[in-house]
Each structure stands twice: as structure tokens, then as C-alpha cells.
Design a protein around this ligand. Structure first.
Ligand code: 3VV
Length: 185
């Protein structure tokens, strides 16, 4: 992102290749956890994002803004847009590297209002790694793949051991996700 004035990805970041078992371009990714606020199909108030692997090191996601996502009347709440980007950025990191990782830092630039009823076409890119640090960036265009850019984001994800989720989270929910075969560590 130009605005912060920092180089991106930071010095020391190495290029990466997709994991040999990563889903290929055109693969629809589906839901990684049914209760996920970003993509879950058992999360009524969630974002219900849909993602597909794109060319190169990208994942393409779509998020349609509903009345449940408003901040100002008729406009998407910025925090929910940040959530959509967290999901899209986490998806490109997790699916292409097949490593468990969590968001360490997330930056967003809101460049245009995003009205209720519009769909954000988000392209997230895996920019590289430095040790456990995974650098990813994304842009979201309004209503079409080549629509005007409404939001840009970039993030640092940090790889973790699987016990991060059972130690800090809910082991039963982890088991539910694993048993659904949607993520298969
Ligand atoms: C077979 C496998 C299959 C895989 C799965 C595939 C399918 C996946 C599909 C879909 C993906 C999901 C999509 C969902 C996306 C949503 C994700 C979220 O919402 S995650 C929830 C929010 N985030 C948290 O809750 C983190 C809370 N924070 C922490 O737990 C820790 O702070 C953590 C793990 C991030 C780091 O803690 P430490 O103790 O392990 O490590 P330290 O040493 O502190 O950091 C490591 C390196 O990272 C830098 N770092 C950490 N945080 C930083 C920050 N905020 N800014 C800058 N650098 C940071 C540090 O400076 C350090 O760098 P140096 O190695 O020394 O160079």
C-alpha cells in the first residue's frame, strides 16, 4: 500500500511457491469452518464469502454487502470490510501454503464507499515469507473484477502450531472442523 510509505513486502521477505498439495487455479475453496464469520454456512449473520483459487499466488473472493453489514445508513461498516479482507488474506495464506497461521497485523485503506447491495470482488495475493511471517495483500473492486478499487489491504500472518487453536480456542469446535474434512491437518 502506498499510503504508509513502507516498502511492501518488507526487506527480508522471500518469494514462495504454493505447497505441492495446494488447490490449483479455478478450484472453488468452499467453507473451511461452518461457524467462521467470514465464510461459514452455519453463521447466519456472517459474510458468507466465496473464494476460488486464481492464477499465480492469488485467491479471488466475493463479498456481497447486505443490510446486516451497515455502518452508515446504506453503506458497509469499515470493520466488516476489514473482516472480509482478513478472510480473503487468510484464505490465500492458508490454502496456498497449507500452513496454520493467524493474523498478526492487518491494514486497510478505504478508498470508496461500499453500498448495501454491492459486491466486492477481492483478489488476495501471497507476497512472500520471512521465517514464520507470511506477507499478503489484497484489493477489492466494486461490482466487477475490473470495477473501481474500493478497498486495499495488506497483512502479516504468523504461522502457529495446531495446538494454538486447541490451547487458546475450543477443542470441540476444532474437532468439529477437522471431522468435517474441510481442513485436514
Ligand atoms: C494442512 C494445513 C491446512 C491449513 C489450512 C488451510 C485452509 C485455511 C483456509 C482459510 C483460512 C482461514 C481464514 C480466516 C482468516 C481469519 C484469521 C484470523 O482472524 S486469526 C485471529 C486473529 N489473530 C489472532 O488471534 C492472533 C493473536 N496473536 C497471537 O496469537 C500471537 O501474537 C502470534 C501467534 C501472532 C505471534 O506470537 P508468537 O509468540 O507465536 O510469536 P512472536 O515472536 O511474537 O511473532 C513472530 C514474528 O512475527 C512478528 N509479529 C507478530 N505480530 C506482529 C505485528 N502485529 N506486527 C509486526 N510483526 C509482528 C514478530 O515480531 C516476530 O518476528 P521475528 O520472527 O522476530 O522477525
Amino acid at each position: 500500500m502506498k499510503n504508509s510509505g513502507e516498502a511492501w513486502p518488507p526487506e527480508g521477505t522471500e518469494p514462495v511457491a504454493a505447497h505441492p498439495d495446494a488447490p490449483g487455479p479455478g478450484t472453488k475453496l468452499g467453507v473451511h469452518f461452518s461457524e467462521c464469520f467470514g465464510c461459514g454456512d452455519e453463521q447466519d449473520g456472517g459474510l458468507h464469502m466465496e473464494s476460488t483459487v486464481g492464477d499465480g499466488l492469488t485467491v479471488k473472493s466475493q463479498f456481497t454487502v447486505t443490510e446486516a453489514h451497515q455502518g452508515a445508513p446504506g453503506l458497509a461498516h469499515g470493520g466488516l470490510l476489514a473482516c472480509a479482507f482478513d478472510e480473503a488474506l487468510g484464505s490465500v495464506a492458508g490454502n496456498l501454503l497449507r500452513l496454520p497461521a493467524v493474523t498478526g497485523r492487518l491494514e486497510t485503506d478505504f478508498r470508496r464507499p461500499v453500498p448495501v447491495g454491492s459486491t466486492l470482488f477481492i483478489t488476495a495475493t501471497l507476497d512472500g515469507m520471512d521465517g514464520r511471517k507470511i506477507y499478503v495483500s489484497a484489493e477489492g473492486r466494486l461490482d466487477a473484477e475490473d470495477g473501481p478499487v474500493a478497498v486495499r489491504a495488506r497483512a502479516l500472518f504468523v504461522t502457529v502450531e495446531f495446538d494454538h487453536f486447541t490451547t487458546h480456542g475450543d477443542p470441540n469446535a476444532w474437532k468439529k472442523m477437522r471431522d468435517s474434512n474441510r481442513v485436514n491437518p
